[in-house]
Ligand binder design. Structure first.
Ligand code: ATP
Ligand code: MG
Length: 173
């Protein structure tokens, strides 16, 4: 199973990201756009791993406080264009706790430095990111998710396998 740990977004954030994607499309950027329901922020990429319950057990030890994030500009890693994130320091603390918990449990993950970004489009076919208006929306993150990634016919299908709540947060659904 292909697994990763992510922050999933509310519709305010996803709507704002979709509006950026629309602006890019209007500027003739034709790439592989991330589907609305797939927009997310990866905290740690585990990759192939057979035991999601072991991951959830490890994550149960992660303690983090709710944190705020908002969108902050765009950037690129080669042919991957992304929206940046401005967040409380607690986001970084949360990501490092997740990674520490995985390491403690002997669960491998990609060790590249955490560089928070939301992939919007791949292989845009042009070099320069057109100027776009980034909607001023924000979100308080109260949970992180273990995600399963599977290849669908048209795009990836991500499925939430479990969540960890921030401290002092009660489950509402
Ligand atoms: P595709 O690979 O088909 O373009 P995807 O990248 O959305 O689709 P996955 O490769 O399963 O799907 O990746 C899931 C998440 O983990 C994405 O946010 C992706 O950017 C991130 N990710 C994938 N591989 C790595 C890696 N080696 N290191 C860090 N993050 C990764
Ligand atoms: Mg990938």
């Amino acid at each position: 199973m292909r697994l990763f740990i992510a922050v999933n977004f509310n519709d305010d954030i996803k709507g704002a990201l979709a509006s950026i994607q629309e602006q890019l499309k209007k500027s003739n950027v034709h790439g592989r756009y991330t589907a609305y329901e797939n927009l997310h922020l990866t905290l740690a990429f585990i990759g192939e791993y057979g035991d999601p319950n072991a991951v959830l057990d490890a994550l149960a030890g992660v303690k983090f406080k709710p944190f705020n994030l908002r969108l902050d500009g765009m950037g690129s890693f080669g042919s991957v264009w992304w929206a940046g994130i401005d967040a409380d320091d607690e986001l970084k603390r949360c990501a490092s706790q997740v990674r520490h918990a995985l390491a403690q449990a002997g669960i491998g993950f990609d060790k590249k430095r955490f560089s928070p970004h939301i992939t919007l489009v791949r292989e845009p076919g042009v070099q320069v990111i057109p100027s776009v208006e980034i909607p001023n929306v924000q979100m308080t993150v109260r949970e992180i998710s273990l995600m399963l990634s599977e290849r669908g016919k048209r795009s990836m299908i991500y499925t939430e396998l479990g969540t960890v709540l921030a401290e002092d947060t009660e489950r509402t659904v």
